[in-house]
Design a protein around this ligand. Structure first.
Ligand SMILES: [Zn+2]
Length: 126
């Protein structure tokens, strides 16, 4: 049985919901739990921020291994994560700015992606 107020699964026979304290009717027929609350911010936007950040981290972490014995395995992840990180973060930043949201996570992702791409290039030049 589910609470009509919050959808919490209430033990059969309980008079009150343990989650919200709402009185639970003794018998509920054909009750369906309320749908999960959908945030106003589109999920795609925030997931793009996170993806850009994760890609930036992958790029930075794999960048030192692009030169040496493991280059064969790390070059492609480094390169693709860096390029994709820059693109996704840049899109996320512009979307956040248009929507008036803080773009800090996307900015960090963009900076990390650029640093990740730059590290091996700088190391090779030096
Ligand atoms: Zn409840």
């Amino acid at each position: 049985m589910f609470c009509p107020q919050c959808g919490n699964n209430v033990i059969d026979g309980a008079k009150f919901c343990t989650n919200c304290g709402c009185a639970v009717p003794a018998v509920q027929a054909n009750y369906t739990a309320p749908k999960m609350a959908v945030p106003n911010i589109p999920a795609q936007k925030s997931s793009m921020d996170a993806k850009g950040l994760v890609l930036g981290i992958i790029c930075v972490v794999s960048s030192p291994f692009t030169d040496g014995d493991l280059a064969l395995y790390f070059f492609l992840p480094w390169f693709t994560s860096g390029i994709a990180g820059v693109i996704l973060s840049a899109i996320a930043i512009s979307r956040n700015k248009k929507a008036g949201h803080p773009a800090s996570m996307a900015i960090v992702g963009l900076v990390l992606s650029i640093i990740g791409i730059a590290i091996p290039l700088i190391l090779r030049v030096i």
